[in-house]
Design a protein around this ligand. Structure first.
Ligand SMILES: NC(=O)c1ccc[n+]([C@@H]2O[C@H](COP(=O)([O-])OP(=O)(O)OC[C@H]3O[C@@H](n4cnc5c(N)ncnc54)[C@H](O)[C@@H]3O)[C@@H](O)[C@H]2O)c1
Ligand SMILES: [Zn+2]
Length: 283
């Protein structure tokens, strides 16, 4: 399987990189796998008996904004301070080597691909980004960069003042992320990214596409479905890397391991074969 994955990647003209929360695990970020995974990452919410879905709702920004920003401010700080693992660089290196086109599709809101040097214009963040803000009351359609500083009391997970505010109406604002039970998410930025991705796929149809999917779970299967949809195109092959939920139907490929470990294994073959080939040409 690894040999085949390396061969497909070596021949790829187009890379579609799809990622869920598991992509961040090797950078030290928590996924929110079940209540226990979430509570392990955030013991304060275990004490309060609150699940991820109960913390991630827009109602908190209305009823208790210090609580709401405790959760999102903590995560903003965490993602800002995280160094993306080497797997991000490995894929970038392959793309450059092949002189290939690429696009990133992710349900993560953490901006880790941009942090690793991927182009903001080649990004489809299906659930939005924590690094962008919007009005909680939707008094206007503006989405702006999150340059706020957050101070969080980790024993209570509450944010200190001042809280970030809407540039127009002055109410406490919120991250531009699709939350649970969310009627006020502004999706215009994500919609533009979606349209850019659709154009990208149309412009590259017929070329050799590899979809490299990492850390996308079955619980919220948005990313897996996108990978599989692109995988149905002519000349497209999906490689799914996932230690716990690796299933995918043939002819697509799967590796049941962490993203970094999987990418490193392929990388060794990718360059070994390249070296062997150039050696052959020399002889
Ligand atoms: N960093 C973020 O932005 C972030 C963090 C947590 C959750 N979320 C979002 O919340 C939703 C649900 O989150 P969730 O945690 O249940 O995610 P999820 O359902 O995507 O599950 C995580 C997946 O990652 C896999 N995984 C675990 N370790 C891995 C590794 N080292 N390498 C590759 N894969 C690995 C697991 O097998 C699982 O399938 C998703 O939309 C997700 O994107 C985002
Ligand atoms: Zn407003």
């Amino acid at each position: 399987m690894i040999e085949r994955a390396a061969a497909v990647i070596r021949e790829a003209e187009v890379f579609v990189i799809t990622a869920g929360a598991g992509m961040g695990v090797d950078s030290g970020l928590p996924d929110f796998r079940g209540d226990h995974g979430f509570w392990q990452a955030y013991p304060a919410y275990a004490q309060l008996g609150l699940s991820f879905a109960e913390c991630a709702t827009p109602q908190h920004f209305i009823k208790d904004p210090h609580f709401a920003w405790g959760f999102y401010g903590h995560r903003t700080n965490l993602y800002r301070n995280t160094i993306p693992h080497d797997g991000f660089n490995i894929i970038k290196k392959w793309i450059e080597h092949n002189n290939a086109e690429y696009f990133v599709v992710t349900s993560n809101v953490d901006g880790q691909f941009q942090q690793a040097g991927y182009d903001e214009e080649r990004m489809y963040e299906v659930h939005g980004s924590i690094h962008r803000l919007q009005c909680q009351a939707r008094c206007n359609d503006r989405i702006w960069r999150n340059n706020e500083v957050f101070r969080i009391d980790e024993s209570t997970m509450r944010a200190g003042d001042p809280l970030p505010r809407c540039l127009v109406c002055g109410k406490v604002c919120r991250p531009n992320i699709l939350m649970f039970g969310d009627n006020s998410w502004l999706h215009n930025r994500t919609l533009k990214q979606n349209q850019a991705f659709d154009r990208f796929i149309n412009n590259n149809s017929g070329r050799r596409i590899v979809v490299i999917e990492m850390g996308a779970g079955e619980a919220i299967p948005t990313i897996r479905k996108i990978s599989e949809r692109i995988g149905r195109k002519k000349n497209a092959t999906v490689l799914r890397i996932n230690p716990r939920e690796p299933a995918i139907s043939k002819p697509h490929m799967t590796m049941s391991c962490g993203a970094l470990a999987g990418l490193k294994q392929i990388d060794e073959l990718f360059f070994k074969k390249k070296k062997e080939r150039s050696l052959c040409r020399c002889l």
